[in-house]
Design a protein around this ligand. Structure first.
Ligand code: HEM
Length: 441
């Protein structure tokens, strides 16, 4: 494929101001990413972008080029190869460093080490029982709905989509009250950018305590199953894989629920099956828009473009999906898969449970509020800036108020009962403790 010369940005395009690199961190990008992807396609299958001030990357925007990069082992995941970070060109306090800098987990490893860590994760996730997952999601959904149902209005991001994955994960991972509060506090703070460093430390400490607890008192939960896996993870490996699962799971899941609710509330098409709304969301508005950071192990060619060893090369799942949708009929019978879960050895190992949680959460919400509608004109909805995610700030809705539900009569799981009296941490929010108390009512 022949190399393309850099196109001249149209008047008004911010690429004028950034030395030809197209910035993906501006409010303009968040407001209309598809216009940016259309412009980026002018460069050819890959384009020069900036992820934050001074952070340069090559972004693959073409579906076929993305697949070939994701499946080519010359492109590595180990971020210790990232030349610009390790020669000091990228500031250590750059807002994108926490997500891109190396950690010893499956996402940042290659070859045999990746296989070992990934096998431990996939075998563990395979043990999650679908009925238990549905029950846990419904119970959490009922609880959250009970908090706002009587008001007749809500912000479905803050009141629902953001909270639900955190609560479901806390339960799946067997978090007792006090540890669970700090897990929720840590993850929320990290993703909201509020005291990100402090939040990361709180999360790390809480997950460390969870590992110590489960070593001495294993339960019927993801943490204990991962610990019991034949790969025999060390405590440090456990903490890093659990933090990866919590981080890689909750933020995209929140946005999958949010973006699908957005689609349901703003599109003319009536969806009989929520699964179809989720599929359309994954094609047209994927929660992780641009990610899959890779680093060539040696200078090489990618879709006609030279990339150097240690360059940061990423995939635009959103651009690749919509570019393909523009050129091919993706109706029934198409065997093309959306890239929303990535592809190749590092593709998401949890698409099954994640889809299951999203479907249950959305169906349960709609069954309570069949008349739910947007409370503001669609044009007033805003999206969180940032190069990686596609995430609404808020999703204000109104509906006929529902009476608060009584708490469920189900038997709480062992992790609820055993440790609910653990000493509280004054710094943590008490969200998880309140949920556990509600279950016991
Ligand atoms: C139950 C919730 C989820 C969990 C526990 C989870 C977990 C993970 C893990 C552990 C990885 C790294 C795999 C590896 O490197 O071998 C991963 C990758 C990925 N996940 Fe998920 N995930 C969840 C939900 C989602 C959702 C909702 C999306 C968006 C649709 C998503 C999209 C991705 C993508 C695009 C990657 C590849 C990232 C990369 O290549 O750097 N995940 N996920």
């Amino acid at each position: 494929m022949e190399a393309h010369s850099a196109p001249v940005p149209p008047p008004g395009c911010p690429a004028h101001h950034y030395g030809g690199r197209v910035p993906l961190y501006t409010p303009e990008f968040a407001a209309d990413p598809q216009a940016y992807y259309a412009f980026l396609r002018n460069y050819g299958p890959t384009a020069p972008v900036e992820l934050a001030p001074g952070v340069e990357a090559t972004l693959v925007t073409d579906y076929t080029a993305a697949l070939s990069m994701l499946r080519n082992s010359i492109f590595r995941k180990d971020a210790r190869r990232w030349r610009d970070l390790y020669n000091g060109k990228v500031p250590a306090d750059s807002p994108v460093a926490p997500l891109l800098a190396y950690r010893p987990n499956a996402m940042f490893s290659d070859g045999a080490e990746h296989l070992r860590l990934r096998q431990a994760i996939t075998d563990t996730m395979a043990r999650i029982d679908a009925r238990r997952l549905a029950r846990s999601t419904e119970r959490t959904s009922d609880y959250l709905i009970a908090q706002f149902g009587i008001r007749g209005s809500a912000d479905l991001m803050g009141d629902y989509a953001k909270q639900l994955p955190l609560f479901v994960f806390n339960e799946l991972f067997g978090c007792p009250a006090e540890i669970g509060d700090r897990v929720l506090f840590g993850i929320s703070g990290m993703f909201d950018g509020i005291n990100a460093m402090e939040s990361a430390q709180v999360l790390h400490g809480a997950v460390g305590e969870l590992v110590t607890l489960k070593r001495s008192r294993p339960g019927d939960d993801v943490t204990s199953w991962l610990m019991q896996h034949e790969s025999q993870l060390t405590d440090e490996e456990m903490v890093h894989q659990l933090s990866l699962l919590l981080g890689a799971g909750t933020e995209p899941l929140r946005n999958l629920i949010g973006n699908t609710l957005h689609r349901l509330l703003t599109h003319d098409r009536a969806y009989q099956d929520i699964r179809n709304a989720i599929n359309d969301t994954l094609w047209h508005n994927p929660p992780i828009a641009n990610f899959a950071p890779h680093y060539p192990a040696a200078d090489t060619m990618l879709a006609g473009q030279k990339v150097m060893a240690g360059d940061l090369v990423m995939v635009s799942f959103a651009a690749a999906n919509t570019g393909l949708a523009l050129t091919e009929a993706l109706g029934e019978g198409s065997n093309r898969a959306s890239l929303a879960w990535s592809a190749g050895p590092h593709s998401c190992p949890s698409r099954g449970p994640a889809t299951h949680i999203a479907i249950t959460a959305i169906e349960n919400l709609l069954s309570h509020f069949p008349d739910v509608e947007l409370a503001v004109p669609q044009t007033l909805l805003t999206w969180r800036p940032g190069p990686f995610h596609r995430a609404l700030n808020v999703l204000p809705v109104r509906f006929n108020p529902a009476q608060p539900m009584s708490s469920p009569t189900r038997t709480p799981t062992a992790s609820h009962d055993e440790h609910a009296a653990a000493p509280g941490n004054p710094d943590a929010t008490a969200m998880w403790s309140k949920f556990l108390a509600w279950l016991k009512k």
